[in-house]
Design a protein around this ligand. Sequence first.
Ligand code: DGY
Length: 326
Amino acid sequence: MSKPKVFVTRIIPERGLTRILQHTDATVWQDELPPPRDVLLERAHDCDGLVTLLTDKVDGELFDAAPRLKVVANYAVGFDNIDIPAATKRGIPVTNTPGVLTETTADLAFTLIMACGRRIAEGRDYAKSGKWRTWGPLLLLGQDIYGATIGIAGIGRIGYAVARRAKAFNMTILYNDAVRSDMAEKELGAQYVSKQELLARSDFLSLHVPLTPETRHYINTDALALMKPNAVLVNTSRGPVVDTMALFEALKAHRIFAAGLDVTDPEPLPADHPLYTLDNALIVPHIASASFETRNRMADLAADNLIAGLEGRLPPNCLNPDVMRK
Ligand code: DGY
């Protein structure tokens, strides 16, 4: 019996890729950049399965171009690149990679919190540039993290893991979400507050909301105006959750202290973007889940999900399980 045909839209870590190659007749896109749209549509044509990334738009047009498609395994926990209703309408299960990247992503959010609060990137540049001539009482003063107030916007898995780190730093933990978290309140002493209060009281504000029409520009000019002048904003969710130009203006005018961005809008942020000119903006290229072990685990999970879907079983991380029950 011939193996199912699969297109993998980028080279993913070997641990998952080896299993995909053993179980399927897979083609792997070798370029560093994602396959262009026309190539993706063409490659998907005779595929039973797709392994996609957050950089691939997976929508009705793609599903219609792939009449044999049995499963889409997205190599990410976020799935705003995928039109789930369009997949469900066509009976195609879609999967993601939750859980395995929670702690690694929370580590990076906390890294940005600390790096921005304590001006680490500026300090590195200063030391390297030859400006460092003596110990200075007023040199590169920053914000205390220990004992400060942190606001968590979205207390799902990753937001909770950031709050857990904050507790170890004796921080006052505020959060806002569509639903209250008993666990965060009982185990971490987190206080549920309105979005306005979250903005107004946080010394550090860490964003963990998924990107939806409601959360697009969750941080805009009005939101930034409510924040404290010493506040640090950290975004490890999705770029469009923050209005980039509103943030640029606020940072430039020192209306807030600093921002640490793992995700941007647009993404990638072009090298000539004005945000890079600001000392109080620390931008890294969407690396929150980028540890060796976590990326391996994501590849394992994507392989599990793909193989299950191809075999007609319910994938472990199915986002639209109803399609399997039909
Ligand atoms: C995700 O998984 O959604 C991250 O953004 C990348 O790991």
